[in-house]
Design a protein around this ligand. Structure first.
Ligand SMILES: *Cc1c(COP(=O)(O)O)cnc(C)c1O
Length: 404
C-alpha cells in the first residue's frame, strides 16, 4: 500500500532564498505526492467539500486555513504558482490573474484611487484603461512623457497616490531609473508600481530597487510559448491583500489548468531568458551594420541612450529590440511581410521570433504627431527575438532587407 509515510512522500527541504533562481523555481512545490511525482497534481476544481458544517464554519470564519472556492484565490495549484512568482521577484507574496490587463486593472483599482501619475510610455491597453475608464470615474490620471523630477513632484499633489511606469518601454526600449522613481514617489507618500513584462524577473527585479508593486503580463516571457494568457502582481502581503479583494470581486482568477501550465513554463524561465538575451544581442549587433537600417534600439548596445542605466539596474538586456528602416511606412511593412522565420504578430516573449510594426499595431490608434512625441516612427519594426538559431534569424532579416 502507498501511504504518506512512504519514503517518496517524506518532506524534503524547501527551496531557500539563498539559492539561485533556477534552483528555487524548479523545486517550487507545495504538495508532496505519495506516488513520488516530483510535481504537484493539478487541482482542477471550483469548490471543496467539507465533512460537516462545523468544519466549514472553521474555515469560512478564518480559524482554520482551508480552501473554499477557486475564484477567491483558494486553490492549491494557483497558490503554488503564486509562491513561484513571488520567489522569482523576491517578493513576500504574489497573485496570479487571467491576463496581464486583469493584473493591471486590479492593482490600479486597489492602489490608484487617490490619483495616478504615469511616467514614460505605457502599454496601449493600460493607456486605454486609464483614459476610457479611470478618468471618467473621476480618478485623477496624469501622464508625464519622461521622468522629470520637478514635474513628478508637482504631479504628486497629495499623499496616497500611485506612480506607474514600464521599463524597458514599448517599442522604444526607453529605460527609467526605478530606484530614483521609488525615492521620489516615497518622498511624496506615493507608491511605485512597475510593469516588468519586457524585462522579466530574471533580468530585473523592481522590488529590490525600491518599487512597491511589480506587474507582469504572463502571456509574454513568463508563459514563454505564446499559448498562455495570464498575469501576475508581486508585492508585500500588506499591498497584495486589497488587490486580492478586487480580483475576487471582479472575477479575474485564472483557471487552475492554466496555472499549472504557467508553473511548468516558469521552470525554464531562467534558461529561456538567458538565451533570449544572447540571441537579441546577436541580432541587434548584426543589424547595426546594415546599410538599410537607420537605428537599432536595444538596451544592450553601448551607444543606446539608456545603456549605462540598464547595465546598472538590469541583469540582462532582454529579448526585444526595435529596428528603424530607412524609408517609408510602406517600406518597413514590406520588410515585415518578407520575413519568413519571424512571424508577423503583435506579442512578445515566446520561443518563436515575432515582428510587428508599432504604427500599424500597438500604436495604430494614436496620431502620427503623438507617436512622434513618444519617439515612435513609421519605419520602426519591433522584433521579439525567440530561441531559434541566430544565424537563421539574421539571414532572414538580411533577405527581407535585400528586397527593399
Ligand atoms: C501584453 C502586455 C500587457 C497586457 O497583458 P495581457 O496578458 O495581454 O493582458 C501589459 N503590459 C505590457 C508591457 C505588455 O506587453
Amino acid at each position: 500500500m502507498q501511504s504518506d509515510s512512504e519514503p517518496n512522500a517524506l518532506p524534503k527541504s524547501e527551496p531557500s532564498s539563498t539559492q539561485g533562481k533556477a534552483t528555487q523555481i524548479i523545486h517550487n512545490r507545495r504538495h508532496k505526492d505519495s506516488l513520488g511525482s516530483p510535481y504537484s497534481p493539478v487541482y482542477n476544481t471550483t469548490t471543496y467539500r467539507f465533512p460537516d458544517t462545523a468544519s466549514l464554519q472553521e474555515v469560512i470564519e478564518g480559524r482554520t486555513p482551508g480552501n473554499l472556492y477557486t475564484r477567491w484565490g483558494s486553490n492549491p495549484t494557483i497558490r503554488e504558482l503564486e509562491q513561484g512568482l513571488a520567489r522569482l521577484e523576491e517578493a513576500e507574496d504574489a497573485l496570479a490573474f487571467a491576463s496581464g490587463m486583469a493584473a493591471i486593472s486590479a492593482s490600479l483599482f486597489a492602489h490608484g484611487g487617490n490619483g495616478i501619475v504615469c511616467v514614460g510610455d505605457l502599454y496601449g491597453g493600460t493607456q486605454e484603461l486609464l483614459t476610457k475608464h479611470f478618468q471618467p470615474l473621476g480618478i485623477s490620471v496624469t501622464f508625464l512623457l519622461q521622468h522629470d523630477s520637478e514635474q513628478l513632484a508637482g504631479a504628486l499633489s497629495k499623499p496616497g497616490m500611485l506612480v506607474y511606469c514600464e521599463t524597458p518601454a514599448n517599442p522604444t526600449l526607453a529605460i527609467l531609473d526605478i530606484q530614483k522613481l521609488a525615492e521620489q514617489a516615497h518622498a511624496k507618500g506615493a507608491l511605485l508600481a512597475v510593469d516588468n513584462t519586457f524585462a522579466s524577473p530574471i533580468n530585473q527585479r523592481p522590488l529590490a530597487l525600491g518599487a512597491d508593486l511589480t506587474i507582469h503580463s504572463a502571456s509574454k516571457f513568463l508563459g514563454g510559448h505564446s499559448d498562455i494568457t495570464a498575469g501576475a502582481v508581486m508585492a508585500s502581503t500588506k499591498l497584495i491583500s486589497p488587490i486580492a479583494l478586487w480580483r475576487k470581486n471582479l472575477g479575474q482568477i485564472l483557471a487552475p489548468e492554466t496555472a499549472a501550465l504557467l508553473s511548468r513554463s516558469l521552470r525554464t524561465l531562467p534558461v529561456r531568458v538567458q538565451q533570449h538575451n544572447e540571441n537579441a544581442m546577436k541580432v541587434a549587433s548584426a543589424m547595426t551594420k546594415h546599410p538599410a537600417i537607420e537605428r537599432v534600439l536595444y538596451p544592450g548596445l553601448p551607444n543606446f541612450p539608456g545603456h549605462s542605466l540598464a547595465a546598472r539596474q538590469m541583469d540582462g538586456f532582454g529579448g526585444v529590440l526595435t529596428i528603424e528602416i530607412k524609408g517609408s511606412r510602406e517600406q518597413a511593412a514590406k520588410v515585415a511581410d518578407n520575413l519568413r522565420v519571424f512571424l508577423l504578430a503583435t506579442s512578445l516573449g515566446g520561443v518563436e521570433s515575432l515582428v510587428s510594426q508599432p504604427c500599424n499595431t500597438s500604436h495604430h490608434s494614436i496620431s502620427r504627431e503623438e507617436r512622434e512625441l513618444h519617439g515612435i516612427t513609421d519605419g520602426m519594426l519591433r522584433l521579439s527575438v525567440g530561441l531559434e538559431d541566430t544565424h537563421d534569424l539574421i539571414a532572414d532579416l538580411q533577405q527581407a532587407l535585400a528586397q527593399l
